[in-house]
Design a protein around this ligand. Sequence first.
Ligand code: GLY
Length: 386
Amino acid sequence: MAMNHDQNREWWQEAIEKVKEKMEWVSEKSKEKIPYTTVNGTHDNRADKSFDADMGIYWWTNGFWGGMMWMMYQETGEERYARIARFSEEKMDWCLQDFYGLHHDLGFMYLPTAVLDYKLTGNPDSRRRALHAANLLAGRFNPVGKFIRAWNEQNQPGKDVRGWAIIDCMFNIPLLYWASEETKDLRFKHVAMLHADTVMEHFVREDGSVRHIVELDPETGEMIRDFGGQGYEKGSSWTRGQTWGMYGFLMSYLHTGKQEYLDTSKRIAHYFMANIPEDGLIPIDFRQPKEPCWYDDTAAAIAACGFLELAKVVPEYEQDMYRRAALKLLKALYENHCDFTKDNDCILMKCSGAYHDSRHEYPIIYGDFFFMEALFKLKGSGIFMW
Ligand code: GLY
């Protein structure tokens, strides 16, 4: 089928211009911050040490602001964006030095910062940082259970989480693929693939949806149970988790060429597409109650990135289906949930961390990150960072 996207060009080109305009002033305002969300419209700051690992420099989302700055650097060539991006990367040295609060999220933290810096500028310090991070991530691998352990005890008091693996990690293992490609040491890739194979076996359901948390026996690797995690309940489908699975398996395919990873990514993608509501706005969980209808814009933005990448690797007759799905999600975000004014330092207004959190529908930095990533992909100017 011939592709005709010209009728859509206007709104997403306009969206890119608005994002760039916003980044121009927000980057200056927040140049010495690592934001996660906004407080009264102003970026908060997680750049300092905090014993509450969720509140300071050890927080898992601290790579995204730097990554947004690298995207802007790539888009504009302006050095000041590189300087702001390096603020995050250098502050995060505390994470490696203190070895505190580090979980499996090393990919989210170091791929959009140190790895991107190294790819774009060849900075040798960035390469060292990224390889340290990759070694720490590989060190979380349980060779008997064949999975990467997700969390440490300190965030789950009283719970034995040695056997917990989570779908999100599919988006951290690209750090291991990068390390293998960079050092030619296949062990990183082997760890990543063994983990991905375990996820394929235990997380992906018959209908193409994925579980969030699976507990495996750390002595044998046998599946013990699963949990609803950040979704509505056990058996439901947390939308951001679906996207980590869909986009994550695609990344595993791109780095390894293993066909089953592509097939799995497509199965999850088709489940996701079949559940996109008429208005294109994505809930926190596809199986949450109708009311309250809480949204999660992060899931929409990440899914759009995944669909756009899938469109690049499938046969021509399938490409339009994925691209149309991405455009539907992005257009719905652009028309309904974006704030490009100076009232708020973030762009997407209705992101949600988890269904059972006390707070829903607020700006979250990785919503903006993946929205930008998707728009630059549409334009064809984005850098391959995962
Ligand atoms: N990786 C945690 C999340 O997606 O919320």
